[in-house]
Ligand binder design. Structure first.
Ligand code: FES
Length: 244
């Protein structure tokens, strides 16, 4: 049975899409660039980062939704770059860059949207809870070695009972897809540095999930400890010694 074709309007232009397609996919067919952080074509949509927001509905009754999770429906009116969308997206980027200042991916997105200062207190977290690693482990690696745990401020990603998981095959997929692990800020050598706070961060994921691989290029500076200790700058850390 072939999928039903429906009519929508994207930034004032009429277009036909398949029913059930999400708004982000429809925008990409039109060549419209919508930034994403927690979305990957090979994984299910999760809607965590809200970076892909668009405005939908008629002019007098609009609402903002995440395009990666919102399905196209007959007659849907979508605006991808309205003032409301751009202002909200910039604020989201400010929040993201403050929560995870060590992520080069987020810093680049912030810079591309003209975010050069942030009004919020930096948290220096290494994880923005986008859930890409969890979905990668479950849906692509069929392992389910990690998942969300805790609620509210205690929410985090970990292994069952916070212990080394027998299900983990050490494939490195979680770190490969992580916007914080896969692309860390290069500190003062970065092209678009907002701050250099990242130099004070330790790669917590490497410490928690030891025997994993680091995907950073050699000498990235990420592994500089406050006391001046260096982790092996080989680009592939197969074993990390932690202090007793
Ligand atoms: S990419 Fe859509 S919510 Fe993160």
């Amino acid at each position: 049975m072939s999928a039903k074709v429906i009519n929508i309007t994207m930034n004032g232009l009429p277009m036909e899409v398949y029913e059930g397609m999400n708004v982000l996919e429809a925008a990409r067919i039109m060549g419209i660039d919508i930034p994403t952080l927690c979305y990957d074509e090979g994984l299910s949509s999760y809607g965590a980062c809200r970076l892909c927001i668009v405005e939908i509905g008629p002019q007098d009754r609009t609402k903002v939704v995440s395009s990666c999770t919102y399905r196209c429906e007959e007659g849907l009116e979508i605006r991808t770059h309205s003032k409301r969308v751009m202002d909200t997206r910039k604020m989201i980027l400010e929040l993201l860059v403050c929560s995870t200042p060590g992520s080069k991916t987020i810093q680049d997105l912030a810079a591309a949207h003209g975010v050069i200062t942030a009004r919020f207190k930096p948290e220096h977290e290494d994880c923005m809870l986008c859930g890409l690693c969890v979905r990668m482990c479950k849906e692509q690696m069929m392992a389910t070695a990690i998942d969300f745990a805790g609620r509210g401020p205690d929410r985090r990603i970990t292994t069952p009972f916070d212990e080394a998981s027998a299900l983990c095959r050490h494939c490195g997929g979680c770190m490969f897809i992580c916007p914080a692990c896969s692309s860390r800020c290069m500190g003062p050598d970065a092209d678009t540095t907002l701050c250099s706070s990242c130099l004070n961060l330790s790669p917590s994921c490497v410490e928690v999930y030891d025997h994993q691989q680091c995907w950073m290029p050699p000498g990235c500076g990420t592994c500089i400890r406050p006391e001046g200790d260096y982790l092996p700058a080989t680009g592939r850390i197969s074993e990390v010694k932690t202090e007793a």
